[in-house]
Design a protein around this ligand. Sequence first.
Ligand SMILES: [Zn+2]
Length: 258
Amino acid sequence: MIDTHAHLARRFKQEGDLGRLTGVVLAASSEEDSVDNLELAKSDKKLWPAVGIHPQEVKENIGEQIKFLEELLRNNTNIVAVGECGLELLEGADKNKQEELFRGQIELAVKYQKPLIVHSRKASEETIEILKSYKNLSGVIHCYSGGKKRIQKILELGKPPTASQSWRSGWYFGIDGNVTYEIGLAEVVAAMPKDRLVLETDCPFLTPAPFRGQKNKPEYVEYVYKKVAEIWGKSFEETEKMVDENAKGLFSLYKNHI
Ligand SMILES: [Zn+2]
C-alpha cells in the first residue's frame, strides 16, 4: 500500500507510523512544509517528498514563492512531485493571484519533469481550463470531487489534437477516506478507469470510517484500499497490486524508492 498524499510536516505534529505501507508521498502546502518534507525524507527512505504551495498560501510576491520552489527542485533530485497546488475558490478568494501561483508551479512541473499534485476546491471547471493549456504535463487531481461528468475531460488533458493510438492519459484521480462514508463518491470511483486511481489519506484530515473524528494517519489508507476493493468486487490483494502500480507509474517510484 502507498499513501500518495499525506501531510507529515512539522506544523501538523504528526507521528508517522507507516505500519505495512510501502511508502508515503509527502504533500506540501507551503514553503515551510516543502523544506520540512525534504528533511523528513532524510530520516526514512519510505517517505517521498513533494514541494509546493497551496492556493490559500499565496503571498504578495508570487515570483519569490516560485523562485523558492525552483531552488529546491534544482538542488534535490529526490523530489517526486510538485504540489499541492491549484485553486480554492471560496468566498473572498483572489482568483487571479491563485491562478498565477498555480501556473508558476505547473511550469516548474513541466520544466523539471515532475508530476503535479492538484488541489481543486469549488473550482473544477476553472482548474480543467488551466490544465488544458499545457502539454507534457501529468499529475493527480487530489481528493477528487469533480463527479462522474468530469472524468473524461480530465483523462483527455494533454491529448494531441490528432488521434494517436499510442497516446495514454497522464492523469490520475486521488481518492481519500471520505469514500468510506460518501455513497456518491463510491459511485464516482466505480465509473473511473481502474488504471487511473491512486489512494490517499490527506492526513491529518479526512479520516476514514471506522476512525472518523480521530486524527488521520498514513496507515489508515488501508481502509480506503478496502473500500475500493469492495467497489471493484476484487480481493484486497488484487486491488492493492493494481493501485500500487498506478502510484508507481504516476510518481516514477522505481529504482531509488522501492
Ligand atoms: Zn493535502
